[in-house]
Design a protein around this ligand. Sequence first.
Ligand SMILES: Cc1cc2nc3c(=O)[nH]c(=O)nc-3n(C[C@H](O)[C@H](O)[C@H](O)COP(=O)(O)OP(=O)(O)OC[C@H]3O[C@@H](n4cnc5c(N)ncnc54)[C@H](O)[C@@H]3O)c2cc1C
Length: 213
Amino acid sequence: MPQPERYEILILGSGEGGKLLAWELARAGRRTAVVERRWIGGSCPNIACLPTKNEIWSAKVAHHVRHGAQFGAMTGPVVIDMPTVRRRKRAMVDAQIAAHLQNYKASGAELIMGSGRFVAPKTLEVCLNDGGTRVLTGEKVFLNIGTHATIPNVPGLEAARPLTHVEALGRRGGSGHLLHQQARTPATRRSFGRTRSVAFRFTDVGTAPVPGV
Ligand SMILES: Cc1cc2nc3c(=O)[nH]c(=O)nc-3n(C[C@H](O)[C@H](O)[C@H](O)COP(=O)(O)OP(=O)(O)OC[C@H]3O[C@@H](n4cnc5c(N)ncnc54)[C@H](O)[C@@H]3O)c2cc1C
C-alpha cells in the first residue's frame, strides 16, 4: 500500500452532514478532504428533495392553468412541454452544483471525486472517477454515505420495470401517468424518524388519460 496522504479531517460522502462539516472545519483551518463518488452535495440537491419539488412546482402551475376558468382566468387548451420542465429542473440542479463547488473552493476543503473503501483503520482507498487511486488517512474520519433506493423482492414487481426516483426524474418521455407508492414500515419509522422518506417507487402505467388524475 502506498504511503497514505494525511488529512486532519476525512469525510466519506458529500451529503447534508458531510459537506457542511467539511466547509466549517476547512474554514477553521483544518486540512479537510471529502470523497464523493457521484452526487456533489449528496442526493438532496441532485436526485431527491430539490429536483422533485421543482417538478412538482411545474405540475402545480399546470394544474392551476388547467383549472383557471374556475377562478375566472380563461385560457385556451394547455399543453405540457416536458423538455422545458426537465430543462428548468436541470438548470436548478446545475446551479446547486456550481454553488457547492464554489463553497469547496472558498472554504479550502478538497473534494475528491471517486469511490472510497476502508483498507486500514481511518484509511480509505479511493478509486478516482478520472482513473487511478489515492490512499488517504484522516486523524478524524466521518461517514456520510446516506441511503439509496432498492427494489424489494415483490412478485411481479421486477417484470413491471419499476422506476425509482432516480430514473423517474431522468425520464425523457411524455408526461404520461405515474403510479407512486411510498413504502414506510414500522422498522423504517423507528430507524429514520417521521421526516425521512426512505423508499419511493414509481411504476409507469402508460400514457392513456386516466379519469380524475
Ligand atoms: C424523492 C425524494 C425526495 C425527498 N424529499 C425530501 C424533502 O423534501 N425534505 C427532506 O427533508 N428530505 C427529503 N428526502 C430525503 C433526503 O433527500 C435524504 O434524507 C437526505 O438527502 C439524505 O442525506 P444524507 O447526507 O444522509 O445522504 P446522501 O445525500 O445520500 O449523501 C451520501 C453521499 O455519499 C456518497 N457515497 C456513498 N458511498 C460512497 C462511497 N463508498 N464513496 C464515495 N461516496 C459515497 C453518495 O454518492 C452520496 O452523494 C427525499 C428523498 C427522496 C428519495
